[in-house]
Design a protein around this ligand. Structure first.
Ligand SMILES: Cc1cc2nc3c(=O)[nH]c(=O)nc-3n(C[C@H](O)[C@H](O)[C@H](O)COP(=O)(O)O)c2cc1C
Length: 161
């Protein structure tokens, strides 16, 4: 039987071989980033992605990461609101297991101004050997809208060669 013939269809009619699998790793102090991660998981599931795990970055689910095509890394912005902003837990990102040959995307939640937090997260994630395909800073007061935009961009980026 040829490879194409082995493809099974999910109830939604999507070929299983085309289903994108994502693991989500999060740092969250007061819950906004966790909420954003849950919203993202919901929106990506609607796009027929499979979420292999949603866990705290400090206790990464190694099996979920192993299984994933894309790893989403999220945290929150700390600083002095208009200066000195940085993503919380940069060293935790850099300490994650190597993820060679996987794609990754980064996101952070913020209140006022994320500064260059995304750039810093992208650099930290890149040290893990991943290809960073995107990132978005999400205003904590606009999580439904901003997670929608992020999910749309992820779907487009992950499926492009
Ligand atoms: C100590 C502290 C410092 C913060 N500094 C900033 C900041 O510099 N810029 C900003 O936009 N938001 C700042 N925030 C707001 C958080 O980034 C925002 O509330 C975020 O959504 C919190 O995520 P969490 O609920 O997942 O912990 C700060 C929050 C705290 C607690």
């Amino acid at each position: 039987m040829g490879a194409a013939a082995q493809d099974r269809l999910t109830p939604a009619g999507v070929s299983e071989s085309a289903v994108m699998k994502a693991a989500i790793l999060v740092e969250s102090l007061t819950g906004h980033t966790w909420k954003a991660a849950e919203m993202l998981a919901g929106k990506l599931s609607q796009e027929h992605w499979s979420i292999t795990g949603l866990t705290r970055m400090r206790q990464p689910d190694h099996a979920a990461i192993q299984e994933a095509d894309v790893v989403l890394i999220g945290t929150w912005v700390h600083g002095f609101f208009v200066v000195g902003q940085a993503p919380w837990g940069l060293s935790t990102i850099a300490a994650l297991p190597s993820m060679r040959h996987k794609k990754a995307a980064v996101f952070c939640t913020f209140a006022l101004d994320p500064g260059k937090s995304l750039d810093k997260m992208t650099r930290a994630a890149s040290t893990l050997g991943v290809e960073v395909i995107g990132g978005l800073a999400l205003n904590r007061g606009k999580l439904p809208e901003h997670t929608e935009i992020f999910a749309e961009r992820l779907v487009a980026a992950a499926h492009s060669p």
